[in-house]
Design a protein around this ligand. Structure first.
Ligand SMILES: [Zn+2]
Length: 298
């Protein structure tokens, strides 16, 4: 017993000694010998988890798609307000990386713009014809725990890319509006855009349905987004997006149609999703399929 009592502190000191030595070695290794690995921000982690689920149950085309989280339009407005834009063009500020400290000229203003955009900005997502999807960081703050809403938004933007919405809309406008006057052609452009938005909602709803989200996610997501933006307005002729009631009616009807449809049980190889902190994006590279699934499967 006496021997045991005397041995205990000695044994403990050896154990701590070894662990201390190990910690010193580990920190030294981290500081001097290995590259510093930047952890993926929580927002990108959420995005990646959603994308994996959507890609597992849906054919998402065979092209690489980039997802970038930016500072959003609020940053543009703030920059305009304090008048620091180059030649009056403030679009640069929207693209500021919200996960990085801004350095160099006007760094205080830039950092403050990024901070306030996160704090005050709203849900904002867009897709460009060249396969980029942008989501403001503030979107993640507003959406918070409603990851199903985020999934709907991601699926909606994916649908624009998969359907080549910008090109298809432009082509339709050109075919139907080539002999219209400027005003009527403009109205045609808005009408085509609004229809395209409702088509993207439906496709997003189908993507979520296939990925086993509850069917009501579609209407709930649209309600959530409009509510958070404080917008309950009716459809306007000069708007690219439908008003609240029209959009809800359209998706509500589609949910009813889907509820009596057989679910596509097909699963897909999700390909690869990689994070690039310097470029501030995640890159989705689908597995190339030899045979394209039929449109019915989508
Ligand atoms: Zn859209």
């Amino acid at each position: 017993m006496i021997i045991k009592k005397k041995c205990l502190p000695y044994l403990l000191s050896i154990i701590f000694g070894i662990s201390n030595f190990y910690l010193i070695y580990k920190n030294l290794k981290k500081d001097n010998f290995s590259e510093v690995k930047i952890e993926m921000p929580q927002e990108y982690k959420s995005l990646k988890t959603i994308l994996e689920r959507l890609a597992k149950y849906n054919y998402l085309g065979n092209e690489t798609i980039y997802f970038s989280i930016n500072s959003g339009n609020y940053a543009n407005w703030l920059a305009e307000e304090i008048d620091i834009c180059d030649q009056g063009d403030c679009t640069f500020f929207k693209g500021l990386n919200p996960f990085k400290k801004q350095l160099g000229e006007k760094q205080h203003e830039k950092n403050e713009i990024v901070r306030q955009s996160y704090l005050l900005g709203n849900i904002e997502a867009s897709a460009s014809p060249n396969n980029n999807i942008f989501i403001s960081r503030a979107s993640f703050k507003v959406i918070d725990k409603r990851k199903d809403v985020l999934a709907f938004i991601v699926a909606h933007e994916l649908s624009h890319i998969l359907d080549d919405s910008s090109f298809v809309n432009s082509l339709q406008e050109s075919k139907e509006g080539f002999n219209l006057n400027k005003k009527n052609r403009e109205l045609l452009y808005y009408e085509i855009s609004r229809n395209s938005e409702m088509d993207a909602d439906k496709k997003a709803c189908l993507i979520l349905f296939n990925a086993n989200y509850p069917i009501k996610t579609c209407t709930e997501s649209i309600k959530f987004v409009y509510k958070e933006s404080g917008d309950g307005q009716e459809t306007k002729k000069d708007s690219t997006h439908p008003g609240f009631i029209e959009r809800i009616d359209s998706i509500d009807q589609y949910e009813k149609d889907l509820s009596i449809k057989m679910k596509n049980e097909q699963t897909f190889d999700i390909g690869s999703i990689s994070y690039d902190p310097e470029m501030n994006f995640i890159k989705y590279e689908p597995k190339k399929l030899r045979v394209k699934p039929s449109i019915e499967n989508f």
